[in-house]
Design a protein around this ligand. Structure first.
Ligand SMILES: [Fe+2]
Ligand SMILES: [Fe+2]
Length: 380
């Protein structure tokens, strides 16, 4: 290419090169010393020589979470036509209108009903006021949880190592934002008061947010998302709540993230065995037990036994905790046995003629679609 090269004086070039090298050596050397002394140092965990974040490429994790999230990316305009979201591209809209043309008259009528302001009327036809209040009380627990999932995942993004793990967690941040705003619109459509956080939820969410380093992955992705996964799996087949299947699918990926991440960056023996860390993890779980009792009335209103739900959640959470390495097999077994005893004690005190049973064998998730999603995680 014919470019008009400008001459720069060799002295100037040499001066600029030398001064840059000097600044580079001093700045990096100073930060390296501070870092060795645990006094700070370079903040960005980024290796510019390797053009990777610290921890390496980790393409496996990127493909299991970032690529998969993009493949399964869903738009609220298509799946929640009653919402105010206009997030579909023109290509997606063209596909949607093609699909609409192939529907039967009855399917079109159904789609039209939920595609308009009549969604609210549809919910009123389906549910009594008490049922609507119960559903919103249950969903609000997850709704506020989505706000915390959004905040925690944005922080976790700065704790994980490797480029692949950052890409994976970035998708989680993005998905939690979508969950928060779409779920809030769904709850508003019920036109009943949305309760604030209960004391149990407050403790659970704040503790997870305040947890240190990878323990945030335990508090959020294993514990809280384990509860959210179970609630979505239990409610997605209810009329008007079909969009929860998509939340369920996203949460299943989020609960699997610590297992996949810690396979490549396992907890150290000290992180696993240290009694303070073990006690902290057990402490994180405890408010969930209070939450089960608190939700009994609302779950009962829609025909669900809170203790079956609680037992089902405990089994799933302890499985994920053990697989990721957060709890040893012994700790995980003791947790399941201890919490099953607590559920039986609660039933014995509050229910006439209670017969001792293993609540942790219960399955709260309903329907082939949600069960197939969970099968991928829990039968692996
Ligand atoms: Fe979520
Ligand atoms: Fe999530």
């Amino acid at each position: 290419m014919d470019l008009d090269k400008r001459m720069v004086s060799p002295k100037v070039i040499s001066f600029n090169r030398t001064s840059e090298q000097w600044v580079n050596r001093v700045a990096r050397g100073w930060d390296a010393t501070l870092s060795r002394l645990h006094l700070g140092g370079r903040k960005g965990p980024y290796d510019d020589y390797a053009y990777e974040f610290e921890g390496g490429a980790n393409d496996g994790l990127r493909s299991k979470h970032y690529d998969k999230s993009l493949r399964l990316l869903w738009k609220a305009e298509e799946h929640a036509p009653w919402s105010s979201f206009r997030d579909a591209s023109s290509d997606e809209k063209a596909l949607m209108s093609q699909a609409l043309r192939s529907l039967t008259e009855e399917e079109k009528a159904q789609r039209k009903r939920i595609g308009s302001a009549e969604f609210r009327a549809f919910l009123n036809e389906q549910y009594t006021l008490e049922q609507k209040q119960a559903i919103v009380k249950i969903l609000s627990a997850i709704g506020h949880g989505e706000a915390y999932a959004w905040m925690v995942s944005a922080e976790v993004l700065n704790h994980v190592q490797s480029t692949g793990a950052r890409a994976a967690v970035t998708m989680q941040v993005f998905e939690e934002a979508k969950h928060f705003v779409v779920l809030r619109e769904l709850m508003h459509a019920f036109e009943v008061e949305i309760p604030p956080l209960s004391g149990w939820e407050y403790l659970l969410l704040e503790q997870a947010y305040k947890a240190r380093g990878v323990d945030q992955l335990f508090g959020m992705n294993v514990l809280i998302e384990g509860i959210a996964l179970s609630l979505f799996g239990m409610m997605a087949e209810m009329p008007g709540l079909e969009v929860l299947h998509l939340f369920h699918l996203d949460e299943s990926r989020h609960t699997a993230l610590p297992v996949n991440y810690l396979k490549d960056f396992p907890l150290s023996d000290w992180q696993k065995r240290n009694p303070v860390a073990r006690m902290n993890r057990i402490r994180l779980v405890l408010p969930a037990v209070g939450l089960i009792g608190y939700m009994e009335e609302a779950l009962g209103e829609i025909g669900i036994d809170a203790l079956d739900f609680g037992g089902s959640v405990i089994r799933k959470i302890s499985y994920l905790s053990h697989r990721a390495g957060f709890l040893s097999e012994g700790d995980s077994r003791s947790l399941v046995e201890g919490l099953n005893k607590a559920l039986n004690l609660y039933a014995n005190t509050t229910r006439d003629g209670h017969v001792e049973r293993d609540y942790t064998q219960a399955e709260a998730t309903v329907g082939d679609r949600a069960l197939a999603v969970e099968h991928e995680i829990f039968a692996a």
